[in-house]
Design a protein around this ligand. Structure first.
Ligand SMILES: [Zn+2]
Length: 150
């Protein structure tokens, strides 16, 4: 069983090297922020990096995140309000989605995940080969959040 955690900075540097990518300050800053946020949009990552004083543009953060997702270091998923979120955890796992605040949380339950996966993988979908299974629970907060009047 895999230890469920995102790549450390050292592991991230090794992954970059494996893919012949340079460990640029921008790429490292992106990973630093992704380790904290877990699931984040390009805007969220850009803003957080700018807070640390590293100079980046939204376009370059977009390029970095897309590239990392393309080579499988990160994963990505769409939120219900049509935003692309990147996931620092590329291993198979389930999600809980908060449909009011548009946030994702990982549900780490290997036993359940494997059970569902094995069950679904056995099913036949005429004309298709199952490539992947994406399990997401969608929830609405039961308690109303206090919203300050602006
Ligand atoms: Zn996740």
């Amino acid at each position: 069983m895999n230890a469920h955690r995102c790549p450390t900075m050292e592991e991230f540097k090794n992954l970059l090297k494996k893919h012949s990518l340079k460990a640029t300050p921008q790429r490292l800053a992106v990973h630093q922020v992704m380790m904290e946020l877990g699931h984040a949009s390009v805007d969220m990552v850009t803003e957080k990096i700018k807070d640390t004083g590293v100079k980046v543009t939204t376009a370059s953060v977009y390029n970095i995140l897309s590239q990392l997702a393309l080579i499988g270091i990160y994963d990505h998923r769409m939120s219900l309000n049509n935003k692309m979120y990147f996931d620092v955890n590329a291993y198979g796992h389930m999600h809980f989605y908060d449909m009011e605040n548009h946030t994702f949380k990982d549900i780490i339950d290997d036993e359940l995940y494997e059970m569902i996966q094995q069950n679904l993988m056995r099913k036949r979908f005429k004309g298709f080969k199952v490539e992947d299974i994406d399990i997401q629970i969608i929830g609405r907060p039961t308690r109303k959040k206090y919203v300050a009047n602006v």
